[in-house]
Design a protein around this ligand. Structure first.
Ligand SMILES: [Zn+2]
Length: 281
């Protein structure tokens, strides 16, 4: 183990051992992943081992895992039982979620939600660049010239396998565009088209929606509300922060757990203390 990994492992143990001091007994979080796999060619991929370690750690800390739909519903109806709760979500529909995350989810008997993009469910490879402004998908030749990332997506067969294994699917739009910048008619097509596709192709009704790039405004929310039951953003926060507004909440924050137990616990601790600070002013 190199020094950095050793320090992280020590830090993870320290954070877990001191959890009674900083982790509330009553807390809810929605984890936001993108991909699981051992080829770490982009920053949104966590190894299968890292993913399993994070889940195991949460379970050791007394967290219960709920499907995102149930967690959201219980927050809205103010019926979330006292305790530590988490939900697992994945954005985009990458193939590693089915090949590498699903075996771990099955092992732990946990349910999760995968937010898919209609146009990315054909199993094709795509290329992405963080160097573009704004970051976006690019062509293969552009990727070679600019050191873009190649990303693998799940196909229909993989998604059906996902559903057969008690996992859920949600919407992430038709083309993964920057929704807040679109005129009304195209925005409507991106959102309605996504809901219709999920119902027709996968029998999914009453789904959740993840905003592409986490971008939204009041107009985007109005469109999404017509066809989806809740939405998740990329705003980093525990759900506990929105619990007091139950009933009216449509958009739920999430936590990016990073790639290790240390990163996950460090981020949860930071957000928990922010929430505490906010609630005392
Ligand atoms: Zn996305």
């Amino acid at each position: 183990m190199n020094l950095k990994a050793e320090l992280k492992s020590y830090g993870a143990k320290l954070l877990e051992a001191t959890a009674p001091l900083w982790l509330p007994k009553n807390v809810a979080v929605i984890l936001m992943y993108h991909n699981v796999g051992d080829t770490l060619n982009d920053r949104n991929t966590i190894t299968r081992r890292g993913f399993a370690d994070q889940l195991q750690c949460l379970l050791r800390l007394g967290f219960r895992c709920l499907p995102a739909t149930s967690l959201v519903e219980q927050v809205r109806t103010n019926s979330l039982a006292f305790g530590r709760v988490f939900a697992i979500t994945f954005d985009d529909g990458r193939s590693g979620v089915i090949s590498d995350a699903l075996p771990v989810l099955r092992e732990f008997k946990l349910e999760s939600t995968l937010f898919v993009v209609n146009q990315f469910t054909d199993g094709r490879t795509r290329w992405f660049s963080y160097n573009k402004v704004p970051p976006s998908w690019i062509s293969e030749s552009e990727s070679l010239a600019t050191k873009g990332f190649s990303l693998e997506y799940a196909d229909r067969e993989m998604l059906l396998n996902w559903l057969e294994n008690n996992q859920a699917i949600g919407g992430h739009s038709v083309n993964h565009l920057h929704l807040a910048t679109l005129p009304d008619d195209i925005l409507e097509a991106e959102v309605y088209g996504c809901a219709k596709y999920l119902e027709q192709q996968y029998g999914c009704k009453q789904c959740g929606f993840a905003f592409p790039y986490g971008e939204y405004n009041g107009r985007v929310v109005d469109h999404v509300k017509k066809y989806f039951t809740y939405a998740v953003s990329v705003e980093q926060s525990t759900v506990t922060a929105v619990r007091n507004h139950h009933g009216a909440v449509f958009v739920f924050p999430r936590i990016d757990p990073g790639r290790s137990v240390y990163e996950m616990l460090y981020r949860i601790r930071r957000l928990v203390s922010w929430n505490r600070a906010k609630s005392t002013v």
